[in-house]
Design a protein around this ligand. Sequence first.
Ligand code: ADP
Ligand code: MG
Length: 622
Amino acid sequence: MEKQKLSFQAEVKQLLHLVTHSLYSNKEIFLRELISNASDACDKLRFEALNDNALFEDAPNLEVRISFDKAAKTITISDNGIGMSAQEAIEHLGTIAKSGTREFMGKLSGEQARDAQLIGQFGVGFYSGYIVADRITVESRRAGLTPEEGVRWVSEGTGDFEVETIHRDKRGTDVTLHLRDDAEEFLSGWKIKSIVGKYSDHISLPILMRKEEWDQEKQEQVTKDEWETINKAAALWTRSKADITDAEYQAFYQQLSYDSTPPLAYTHNRVEGRSEYTQLLYIPAKAPYDLWNRDKRGGVKLYVKRVFIMDDAEALMPTYLRFIKGVIDSADLPLNVSRELLQESRDVKAIREGSTKRVLSMLEDIAENQKDKYSEFWREFGAVLKEGMGEDFANRERLAKLLRFSSTHADEGVSLADYASRMKEGQEAVYVITADTLAAAKSSPQLEIFRKKGIEVLLLTDRVDEWLLSHLYEFEGKPLQSVAKGAVDLGKLQDEEEKKQAEAAAESFKPVLERLKTALAGKAKDVRVTTRLVDSPACLVVEEGDMSGHLARLLKQAGQEAPNAKPILEVNPEHALVKKLDGSERFEDLANILFDQALLAEGGHLEDPAAYVRRVNTLLAG
Ligand code: ADP
Ligand code: MG
């Protein structure tokens, strides 16, 4: 191929601009990125060579070499991995192929674009070379191609790049960075070693550099023609736990996840028995920006006997644990396993079950011993963990214990066990209410009697909570009972005297109830007297089997069909406004106002707001 000039894809230009303008405070990450690419290239070669051993040619030992030239001001990162054909160089280095990257780029705008933390978390890959270089030359030959099919790619990282075919004997890739004047600090063996130690110690292939020695006569470091390995070169998870420091675990996490915040917790185990594997799993401290994408693949990499097989092997973790990052290295799976095969494999099922249990144990331990840390976890990932209640039947009981709620007792961190320990003598249910916001939940009129009697009610305000309730219907034998559904039956919590009073009130109120029913026939399914209210005149409830008003609204907002079940209006016969009904000339107006206010109080929308305003104004004026 003759030398040709090509233009970068628009997104690449954007990314390049970002990289050079936002990351100069954290220059050294370029080395991590380029070593990571070299390591990926070796993984790919090892994987392709499983079916075609000839790809190794005469160089079966995969490695990365780093060299630098002080005079020319260059650093070169070389690998003998899979390499690239000319076409691949054009595609992989000229466009952003990963859909995740595109999505991420789309999200970056204005202020955010300057957030180096965010970009760092994401990992900018190859283009990070331009933080320190004003020109990058890539020379490569793909394994299996002839020496005449090498490629040279050159770009200054602005608008375009040049490619041409070259003769290249070696398989693999050399990436040469022509350093900017302000990046000359990297022309130092010591500096490079320290960066490799920081980010790439656990890369499982050797990273080599020429030995340096202090020359007494010249009074400077001289480079010898002898290579030495400068990293530990053993995959971290294969090493014994006792020999790994916390800092090493954290560095590995960073490499794995591009998350610069240290993980909340991790677990590292060798599992033996029916299925043999090693797991190293991390719980991140912060939720990623795309946590809500349930189609997103998981964060666990699969290795088989140290050979990298695939990223994001979703079959290894249940969907509700998609935030877990880590590595699983199996001793039993075949090396040529595919995603499809993974779905069906019994070994994978055993690994998934085992790993899920590990994560749950880790969470239980934090919940038990580090309450503050658990609250942090819950704030970030609680809503995702809730999905597990519907997804993971086998672990439902363990999951239920990990749930945390707001309640009338505390704004956050209430577990079902805490709730149970505070239940009143004779209390037969766990009481809950759902609402859009905590404030709305707290001021629900339905709570009044519970407040008065000091009975705790869980306040559920997450979008998934309505759904959660359909999977969480009891805790330790006590049913969960919505205080906005059905007639309130406090059972043994109400004494005989109160019950009698309520019955008497209902009896004497009968004629008014009949008139209310007629007046509100279009709106309310029924009207009845209640003891659940203390300060409010009325509230809406739905029948036991009906969908709550809150859920119906959520569904409608989401553009889904929701049954139009009419609610029941419950009135407080002790309230002045309700007492006023009997004998009032404006019975209709009052009745409608009672209903509309009850609907407003629970966050509902009036069908005819203008009519409501008119009625209230008439009353105010009169
Ligand atoms: P990522 O590594 O996340 O895919 P990068 O920007 O780091 O993104 O690299 C882009 C692509 O360029 C890689 O996916 C790979 O196909 C190719 N590439 C980069 N470096 C090398 C290398 N040393 N050997 C072979 N291919 C490489
Ligand atoms: Mg990369």
